[in-house]
Design a protein around this ligand. Structure first.
Ligand SMILES: Cc1cc2nc3c(=O)[nH]c(=O)nc-3n(C[C@H](O)[C@H](O)[C@H](O)COP(=O)(O)OP(=O)(O)OC[C@H]3O[C@@H](n4cnc5c(N)ncnc54)[C@H](O)[C@@H]3O)c2cc1C
Length: 422
């Protein structure tokens, strides 16, 4: 990046996206002494809020929307434009256009527009009892419909889908998870822990239709008839689709940036092929040199906060060499009686070891289990179910285990060349 080294008090930095990544970037800019204007654009009409609580506190009615608003650091003088979407970026003129037609010049830009739900083929916008779950509005609409529902189908047995299903059962309603894998949460916690959690959820009362896909859904006498690819069907009053997320890059499609699966960044989160632009959070695809030099996205809350801070620092550093951003991806989830925690990368070619905290128990997950992933003699991934103490200790070890020889590989060097050439 032929960026600038010093930002002036007359400069403006635009932050596109007001989720955890955008918020932490904006606040870090001030912490680092940027004295100019910080303008945050956010499509949603709310201040930044705790999105993960959407599948927990809001759905169960334990929290109301205003409980989720995040505390903002007072007197930072950040200008929040809520309910306004960025619709275009011109990285040469350094301008962002918003949906009202206004054009904002910027001296620095943070791209933090996150991701949105993926909708399956059968999705019909606005149908009663058919829900996605990504925003606060989604969660609140689902909460309202759940009051009158006795049976809920959750399409997609990932982290969010499992949380919803357990919340629904906890509210004395029936829940059925439909997923193409033969166990839940495959991407989030891998096969061994996923299989054990599946058993536990069945025990808890969640019905499972696994190894199957939804072919179609039909409205019939006020309910949904859900046709599966094995020719069978099931019924539900409410259908919740949690079938994954995709980066929010629509507004960047004319920008010339590499937006194949998120915005391509270098190891310090500087956007490849642009000046004075960084990206953070679920939209950023960057090489996490803690593992390897393959650029990947990460879709977790803590990572978004850490990204925001690192991206702000990289933006203010201009051309200066920056240390690589080597965050340790991690999350936790409460599902029925299970506390599930994971950190690191569950690399497909890693050696997997399973430790049962109480060997021989049939309810291995409830009794406590640890699954560790080793690659090249390093622990690269860890999943714990009902084993919080060993998880905390081992996570500390992993946090400290940053490879020392993070030589920029040829892949990274070629990205740096691209950044420098822009
Ligand atoms: C229901 C649910 C439960 C979750 N639970 C967990 C959990 O338990 N643990 C965990 O680690 N993670 C969880 N996650 C994931 C976590 O919330 C995300 O990884 C995190 O929010 C990503 O932060 P972000 O700032 O990158 O993006 P987002 O949080 O997606 O924020 C991006 C913001 O940008 C706005 N935006 C989008 N396009 C534009 C545009 N063109 N112009 C302006 N603004 C725009 C969006 O409206 C949004 O407010 C959950 C996610 C969901 C949906």
């Amino acid at each position: 990046m032929r960026g600038r080294m010093v930002f002036e008090p007359t400069d403006r930095i635009v932050v596109a996206g007001g989720g955890p990544a955008g918020l932490s970037a904006a606040e870090e800019l001030r912490r680092q002494g940027f004295a100019g204007e910080i303008l945050v654009l956010n499509s949603e009409p709310y201040p930044p809020y705790d999105r993960p609580a959407g599948s927990k506190g809001i759905v169960t009615g334990k929290q109301k929307p205003t409980d989720l608003y995040l505390e903002l650091t007072p007197e930072t003088g950040i200008n929040w434009l809520l309910g306004r979407s960025a619709v275009d970026l011109d990285p040469v003129r350094q301008q962002v256009t918003v949906d009202t037609g206004e054009v904002y010049d910027y001296d620095g830009l943070v791209i933090a527009t996150g991701s949105h739900s993926v909708f399956p083929k059968f999705w019909v916008e606005g149908e009663p009892g058919l829900h996605a779950l990504h925003t606060l509005d989604d969660a609140w609409a689902l909460r309202r419909d759940l009051q009158h529902a006795s049976r809920v189908a959750v399409v997609g047995g990932g982290l969010t889908g499992c949380e919803v299903a357990c919340s629904v059962v906890g509210m004395a309603r029936e829940a059925v998870i439909i997923d193409s894998k033969d166990h839940v949460m495959d991407r989030a916690i891998g096969e061994p822990a996923g299989a054990a959690v599946t058993e536990e959820h069945l025990e808890y009362g969640v019905e499972m239709k696994l190894g199957r896909r939804v072919d179609a859904i039909e409205r019939h006498r006020g309910r949904w008839r859900i046709l599966l690819n094995d020719g069978k069907y099931t019924w539900a009053d409410v259908v919740v689709v949690t079938a994954g997320e995709r980066p929010d890059t629509e507004w960047l499609k004319e920008s010339g940036l590499d937006i194949s699966d998120g915005v391509l960044c270098d190891h310090a989160l500087r956007v490849v092929g642009a000046n004075n632009i960084v990206a953070a959070g679920a939209i950023a695809r960057w090489p996490n040199l803690r593992y390897d030099d393959k650029p990947r996205r990460t879709g977790q809350w803590i990572a978004a906060l850490e990204h925001g801070r690192a991206a702000a620092q990289a933006l203010l550093a201009g051309d200066a060499e920056m240390p690589p951003v080597t965050i340790l991806p991690r999350f936790w989830s409460q599902q029925g009686k299970l506390r599930i925690q994971a950190c690191g990368e569950l690399l497909p070619d890693a050696d997997v070891q399973i430790t049962e905290m109480r060997p021989g128990r049939r309810d291995a997950a409830a009794a406590g289990m640890l699954v560790t992933y080793y690659s090249a003699n390093r622990m690269v991934g860890l999943v714990a179910v009902n084993a919080p103490h060993p998880f905390t200790a081992m996570t500390r070890m992993m946090l400290n285990d940053v490879p020392q020889n993070m030589e920029l590989s040829s892949n990274i060097r070629s990205m740096r060349r691209l950044v420098n050439a822009s």
